[in-house]
Design a protein. Structure first.
Length: 312
């Protein structure tokens, strides 16, 4: 497998021409090799499989099969049935309410001066903390799931605001040419005001989110328009997750395509998108390629190190 085009990706990021998508794998760089997650220590974040097994143990999940125990959305749905949604939020808050260290990718993105739209499906606050440490202003936009009064809105924290305003997704007005935005597509932990904790995590949550996405009432329209003229950079995702495959399918209509000039008689040339994933399976490589996304096998930290080596 060839190396990524580090120079081009670095320059395009610095020019604000790339939309980074941050998945759960970006957080593994902060964990020492061989370390097993312990919920009582709070030194680093769990993987999706570890979080699933934790919730399964607490709810006495009725299966010992590994494919069931590591299915986070299925286990979370069972947890809600046995212990209530409120208790699930409390458990998740306990897991994510720690001063975890931002990883290299969070620090790297926070040091880019150009405005970026960063999309993450993670619940943690590592990106926010990295940007705050770098003194880099940003707005925060979160998809809520746990307050019925807000289920047709997104929550928007303007830079410096302690509380958000609720805005219908297609009425969100942010100038992405001047403003960096962290968009938390699947919710967030709110470590200051836990009433804004929100998690797209159960099977029912994903069905609702994807239904709204199909109806163009989930992802803000201003973001969807932005996507059309940008490269995508997927970091730390695995395509074995069915919900990510469905998200990508719904984003297909806005995957970037280069604008066609009036004198261009050739077919439109699609803008390239990339995925960085450590040790993808042959199936995942095939799935990424089928979506016309170039997949590269290396760790996120190694990828960032090589980006930093590129000349300015």
């Amino acid at each position: 497998m060839p190396d990524p085009p580090y120079g081009e990706i670095a320059d395009l990021l610095k020019a604000g021409q790339v939309v980074p998508f941050l998945g759960g794998g970006v957080n593994l760089g902060a964990r020492p090799p061989g370390e097993i997650w312990n919920e009582r220590v709070g030194s680093y974040l769990p993987t999706g499989s570890e979080l699933s097994r934790f919730l399964a143990g607490k709810s006495n999940f009725p299966s010992a099969e590994q494919h069931d125990l590591t299915d986070l959305s299925k286990v979370a749905s069972y947890f809600v049935e046995t212990a209530a949604r409120r208790r699930l939020r409390e458990r998740l808050h306990e897991v994510f309410d720690h001063d975890f260290l931002p990883c290299e990718i969070h620090t790297y993105l926070a040091q880019i001066p150009s405005p970026l739209l960063i999309v993450t499906t993670n619940y943690d606050d590592l990106a926010e903390r990295a940007f705050a440490k770098a003194g880099h202003d940003y707005d925060l936009v979160v998809h809520p799931t746990d307050q019925k009064a807000l289920d047709a809105s997104v929550l928007w924290w303007k830079h410096g605001a302690k509380e958000p305003v609720a805005v219908p997704p297609n009425e969100l007005l942010i100038d992405l040419k001047t403003t960096t935005v962290i968009y938390k597509m699947h919710g967030t932990v709110d470590r200051l005001l836990r009433k804004y904790d929100s998690y797209v995590i159960t099977e029912e949550d994903y069905v609702d989110f994807l239904s709204r996405m199909t109806g163009n009432t989930a992802v803000p329209a201003v973001f969807m328009r932005h996507f059309r003229s940008r490269h995508f950079l997927f970091l730390g995702y695995g395509l074995r997750d069915w919900n990510l495959r469905v998200v990508l399918r719904n984003l297909k209509t806005v995957l970037p395509a280069a604008p066609r000039s009036a004198t261009d008689e050739e077919e439109d040339e699609e803008l390239r998108s990339w995925a960085i994933q450590f040790q993808p399976s042959p199936l995942e490589v095939e799935l990424w390629n089928a979506r016309k996304i170039k997949i590269y096998d290396l760790s996120i930290d190694e990828f960032v190190r090589r980006l930093r080596e590129q000349p300015n």
